[in-house]
Design a protein around this ligand. Structure first.
Ligand code: RFL
Ligand code: PHB
Length: 392
């Protein structure tokens, strides 16, 4: 089997890249370990930056997103028993965010890719990436019926997420350096059949810990609360979850609208960056190269920004033979990655309860929240970062 760009992973990074390459006349093949059904049913992100929406529209995947996504002009920061609005639209030059679930993005991208002749091998697990330092790298993979296969390509894109194998083809120590931060808490996430409690997302700081009120549709709501990462969902019957969430968003007579909870899960929070994001003819994009705590809603958006840079570099190579943009990929991508790392860490630090925090730290957090909700300059910093930097 042979192609121009071999892509590992049919997540947002791999699918967006494949479609962008297709539009530039470059052929690719995607190797994906999970089934299409499993991918389309996995609940993850919800917030798309303006640039991600624009990119989806530009590549022809924006029709349903434009129709069914919810454009939000602001967010609420809630602390000390009161809500404070950050007007994203006003503070960030008319830019907004759109709430549209990641699995809906994936459904749209998979359908589009298949309709436009794309090749996606589902239930095919990449085992190794080889010869990346030569002009002819290859991906070894195993198909769903256990057959061993080889995909020869000009370039490999490792879009295989946090637990992928692409990264391991960059020698650790001599070439690759990994930067980590593990947070001492996780997020308990739920999906509930209920009407929206608020027109905009609520990020709440409370003595008992952080909570987030998000949405998916007029009938389905997404909420999270800070928890022990080693806790079990079995310890949390519906009533206990609603009580905890309600406590953390209390004040101003605000009441959550409740309903049956049909999905519960706990995710750990971490920050991670792998540098460089390339080696020879291997390029990493998205969670394969970095992850951020979800507080800044940046992960999927960073994946989209990476492949935007990568697609342009690959198309420059195929059009002119120049490797200049390819050589600069990691540097270009990492600038945005570290900005998003900083913002995600900052939002996380400002809004969560740290178990070793002294009374002083709590007071300092509240002063910081006061600053970002009362100073236009500070609020602008939140808004500009939240809606996302323009694609470069
Ligand atoms: P993905 O989505 O993990 O896709 C990687 C794909 O690679 C496949 N794979 C392999 N395939 C073949 N062979 C192998 N050896 C393979 N190993 C792995 C996997 O099956 C998978 O299909 O990575 P990608 O494309 O880089 O996309 C990243 C995003 O998924 C992620 O950053 C976001 O979900 C993060 N995130 C959010 N991002 C936002 O921009 N806005 C948000 O509001 C937001 N909220 C969230 C989030 C992530 C969350 N969780 C669950 C971690 C909320 C949550 C709760
Ligand atoms: C979500 O709706 O899943 C969501 C929203 C905002 C975040 C993270 C996740 O910061």
């Amino acid at each position: 089997m042979q192609t121009q760009v071999g892509i590992i992973g049919a997540g947002p990074a791999g699918l967006l890249l494949s479609q962008m390459l297709h539009l530039r006349g470059i052929e690719s093949v995607i190797i994906e370990s999970r089934s299409r059904d499993a991918i389309e049913a996995t609940i993850r992100a919800g917030v798309l930056e303006q640039s991600t929406v624009d990119l989806m529209v530009e590549i022809g995947a924006g029709e349903r997103l434009k129709r069914e996504g919810f454009v939000h002009h602001g967010i609420e920061l809630r602390f000390g028993g009161r809500g404070h609005r950050i007007n994203l639209h006003d503070l960030a030059n008319g830019r907004t965010i759109t709430v549209y679930a990641q699995h809906e993005v994936l459904k749209d991208l998979i359908a589009l890719r298949l309709r436009t002749g794309g090749v996606i091998h589902f239930e095919a697990k990449a085992d190794a990436v080889e010869d990346v330092a030569t002009g002819a790298p290859q991906i070894r993979f195993t198909t769903s019926n256990g057959q061993k296969q080889l995909l020869r390509c000009d370039f490999v894109a490792g879009c295989d997420g946090s637990y992928g194998i692409g990264r391991s083809a960059i020698p650790e120590g001599s070439v690759r350096h990994d930067y980590f931060r593990i947070y001492p808490f996780g997020w308990f996430g739920i999906l509930a059949k209920a009407p929206p409690s608020s027109d905009e997302l609520i990020y709440a700081h409370h003595d008992r810990g952080f909570a987030l009120v998000s949405t998916r549709s007029p009938d389905v709501q997404r909420m999270y609360f800070q928890c022990d990462p080693n806790d079990s969902v079995d310890n949390w019957p519906d009533e206990r979850i609603w009580e905890e969430l309600q406590t953390r968003v209390e004040g101003d007579k605000f009441r959550l609208k409740t309903g049956p909870i049909f999905q519960k899960g706990i995710i750990p929070l971490r920050s991670f960056v792998c540098e460089p994001m390339q080696h020879g003819r291997l390029f990493l994009a998205g969670d394969a190269a970095h992850s951020v705590p979800p507080t800044g809603a940046k992960g999927l958006n960073l994946a989209a920004a990476d492949v935007h840079v990568l697609a342009r570099a690959l198309s420059s190579f195929y059009a002119t033979g120049s490797t200049d943009l390819l050589a600069d990929y990691s540097r270009m991508a990492l600038r945005r990655v570290w900005r998003a790392q900083h913002f995600s860490w900052w939002m996380t630090s400002m809004l969560h309860r740290f178990h070793d925090a002294a009374e002083f730290d709590l007071k300092r957090q509240l002063a910081e929240l006061d600053l970002v909700t009362s100073s236009r300059a500070a609020a602008t910093t939140v808004a500009e970062n939240y809606v996302g930097l323009p694609l470069t």
